[in-house]
Design a protein around this ligand. Structure first.
Ligand code: FUL
Length: 501
């Protein structure tokens, strides 16, 4: 189901007048020049919760529910709860599988479109309470939350706004019902790090569609779990626009907001607004100069790439042979994390209530491949020259909190790395320090061969992380050219790697 983008709430201090510095939002007065807009965009930064989320890099979805037992992708809400009966459910196995594969946070589908609840909600009988599993005394959400706590992993909930079972769906009472469900999830299970709302808005059992009260739900989340990011149909995290694992080459985390007059949220220091129409969400460049030149406001609204390890979101035994290979996952890693987004990989538990052996195997192999690939930064120990650079050492110190920049606000620069000996490499990594902002618009990387510089990377944005994979190159000198940047570039790290897969 496509996601429909609705209200975006930016965190902004209403008492801080049009101050572009260190906010995740700025409104632009009519008449602001293009140059001023570019500068303001370059100074927008993530909120603390957005930064934490971005640094996770890898998060996982567990699609699990009544569909696991009916073989469907979308249940119609008429399923008999008696069908829900996992024989060996082990949430620690789910969470540990993901942790071992390098993931930092998981999200459980507490309720999918069929309305069946995986926790003993007081709002409806259409839940595990009415199932034979643990004689109706079980609680999947609780088990996942406890496993996350035990293993030191972030915990998130997916609660589908679309509910094909609730009799009140399509009436005002549904928003009330939804608030109750959300309140249970946000108060019964300890810390919640992410709340994921899908945009699907179909008909309920009475044939009516619901007008979702998103702003009320956001306020509730901010009140009960202020550190949680609200994803997709929410203010903190944006859908990348595909479900293939492929993000966009030019991925700006700062995007325009418009219709600033709409949906003001009174509570605290929040201001609501509507993002531009949903058609914008799948464009090839959402935040480039052309896009922001006419904006009324700008917001840090980073992309999340959601994709399933299998063809379906839910487990189907006949897809055991269609689990993505370690190579395919590596490709996805490069086009999601490596394209300035967070990867949200779905790994659906099977009918037993376990992550299936085929999925575990591919995750383990992919994780080993990543470890091998990033084991040695071949740039380490290189002599760096840059005639307008400050703090070149930060590029190779392995620390996030230090960065290289240029003197006097220069927006272009050239860095030459001389290695101690020729090296062969086939991957390149570069990161901006997004706590300062996202700035780079165009960069290239060259290697020296027979005295001449040859380009092997020619790209646009960097953002939190950019990863490139290419045919092996052997050289002992390489050159990074930042050709264009919105303000002085602030680069946290650079690396060259070699691993064949
Ligand atoms: C979609 C839903 O319709 C799918 O079933 C799945 O949950 C996916 C993550 O979001 O829009």
């Amino acid at each position: 189901m496509r996601k429909y983008i609705l209200p975006v709430v930016a965190m902004v201090s209403l008492s801080a007048p049009a101050r572009a510095q260190k906010e995740n939002f700025v409104s632009l007065a009519p008449g602001t020049s293009e140059q001023q807009i570019i500068q303001k965009a370059a100074n927008i930064v993530p909120t603390a919760r957005q930064l934490r989320w971005q640094q996770l890099e890898l998060t996982a979805f567990f699609h699990f529910g009544i569909n696991t037992f009916t073989g469907k992708e979308w249940g119609d809400g008429k399923e008999d709860p008696a069908l829900f009966n996992p024989t060996a459910l082990d949430a620690v196995q789910w969470v540990k599988t993901m942790k071992d594969a390098g993931f930092k946070q998981v999200i459980i589908t507490a309720k999918h479109h069929d309305g069946f609840c995986l926790w003993p909600t007081k709002t409806t009988d259409h839940s595990i309470k009415s199932s034979p599993w643990k004689s109706g005394k079980g609680d999947v959400v609780k088990e996942v939350a406890a496993a996350c706590k035990k293993l030191g992993m972030g915990f998130g909930v997916y609660l589908s706004p679309w509910d094909r079972n609730a009799s009140v769906y399509g009436t005002d009472a549904y928003n009330e019902f939804f608030v109750k469900q959300l309140t249970e999830l946000l108060t019964w299970y300890g810390k919640v790090d992410e709340v994921w709302f899908d945009g699907a808005n179909g008909e309920g059992p009475n044939g009516k569609k619901q007008v979702y009260d998103f702003n009320r739900w956001y306020k509730l989340i901010r009140k009960l779990q202020p550190q949680a990011v609200i994803a997709i149909m929410g203010p903190d995290v944006r859908w990348v626009g595909t479900e293939s694992g492929k993000g966009r080459r030019t991925e700006w985390s700062v995007v325009p907001t418009n219709n600033l007059d709409q949906d003001q949220i009174a509570a605290g220091s929040q201001q609501g607004m509507l993002f531009k129409p949903q058609s914008d969400m799948t464009g090839s460049d959402l935040g480039g100069r052309d896009r922001i030149a006419t904006a009324k406001g700008l917001v840090w609204y980073p992309a999340e790439t959601d994709v399933s390890i299998r063809p379906g979101w839910f487990y189907h035994a006949d897809q055991d042979e269609k689990v993505k290979t370690p190579k395919e996952l590596m490709q996805i890693y490069f086009t999601s994390v490596g394209m300035n987004s967070v990867l949200l990989l779905n790994v659906p538990p099977d009918k037993r209530g376990l992550i299936n052996e085929s999925d575990v195997r591919t995750l383990q192999q992919w994780s080993r491949m990543r470890k091998e690939l990033f084991k040695t930064n071949l740039l380490a120990g290189a002599a760096i020259t840059c005639n307008n650079g400050v703090n070149t050492a930060a590029l190779l110190d392995g620390k996030d909190a230090t960065y290289f920049t240029t003197r006097g606000g220069d927006t272009a620069t050239t860095l030459v790395f001389k290695l101690k000996q020729p090296r062969t490499f086939n991957a390149f990594s570069i990161q901006e320090d997004i706590r300062i902002g996202q700035r780079v618009e165009q960069f290239s990387v060259y290697y020296k061969q027979d005295g001449a510089w040859k380009p092997f990377v020619q790209e646009t944005t960097i953002g939190y992380k950019r990863l490139l994979h290419f045919d092996p190159v052997t050289a002992n000198e390489i050159k990074i050219e930042i050709e264009s940047s919105r303000l002085n570039p602030t680069i946290a790290s650079a690396g060259l790697y070699f691993y064949e897969w």
